[in-house]
Design a protein around this ligand. Structure first.
Ligand code: CTP
Length: 211
């Protein structure tokens, strides 16, 4: 199984890049994984307390579980990822997401390249590099429309944790990327190149040595 990791700041277009590559390759060949599913659960805290957690620090994620699941998939077994609800900052108690073993897995998330153990499992490392003003505009709209936050909450969170964590951990992880993709989903040529490389693998050309 070939594992592609797609990192980048909030609102950079990681999901769009992953979905575009999957669309081009055709359904069924790629297993899509979001690092967001592996946000730690904090059931001991109240909703108001959970809203204030630093969700941009690498410690906010249970990467050990993500790594375990990737290893299961690599060995040909299914994995069952947690389902995360951003509106209540908690994992679903009942639901799990089945991840099927496949030819290719794409894992996208803020800290896909900043964790050394996770990096070791990746065959192709991509960093989506989108201007901060574009990213924050997208985030404001998304967090208010889909994730139940107010404009004040988005403002405070951006300045207190999102921006400093981006500068401390996410931006520096760019140096581990094999491919830097400016403007994410808008970058047709970059997405084509990534798809062609992945297709090469699907047709049996494994010249970069993954197993
Ligand atoms: N986050 C949050 N509340 C939570 C959990 C996470 O506000 N309970 C925020 C974090 O602050 C983090 C963001 O969610 O910055 C991570 O998601 P993001 O990378 O923005 O979303 P994707 O859709 O994965 O990325 P992209 O827009 O690049 O596709």
């Amino acid at each position: 199984m070939l594992i592609i990791g797609i990192a980048g700041g909030t609102g950079s277009g990681k999901t769009t890049v992953a979905r575009s590559v999957i669309d081009r390759l055709g359904p069924g060949k790629v297993t899509f994984i979001s690092q967001d599913n592996y946000y730690k659960d904090n059931p001991h805290l109240t909703l108001a307390e959970r809203e204030k957690i630093n969700y941009d620090h690498p410690f906010a994620f249970e990467n050990e579980l993500l790594i375990e699941d990737l290893k299961l998939l690599k060995s040909g077994q299914p994995a069952y990822a947690p389902v995360y609800d951003f509106t209540v900052h908690a994992r679903s108690k009942e639901e799990k997401l089945e991840l099927k073993p496949n030819h290719i897995a794409i894992i996208e998330g803020l800290h896909v390249l900043s964790d050394e153990n996770l990096r070791k499992l990746l065959d192709i490392k991509v960093f989506v590099d989108t201007d901060p003003d574009v990213r924050i505009l997208r985030r404001v709209v998304r967090d208010i429309e889909e994730r139940g936050r107010t404009i004040h909450s988005v403002h405070d969170q951006y300045l207190s944790t999102v921006k400093p964590m981006h500068e401390a951990f996410i931006e520096p992880s760019k140096k581990y990327a094999d491919v830097i993709l400016p403007e994410g989903g808008e970058n047709e040529v970059g997405i084509q190149l990534l798809s062609i490389l992945t297709e090469k693998y699907l047709t049996g050309d494994r010249t970069w040595g993954c197993s």
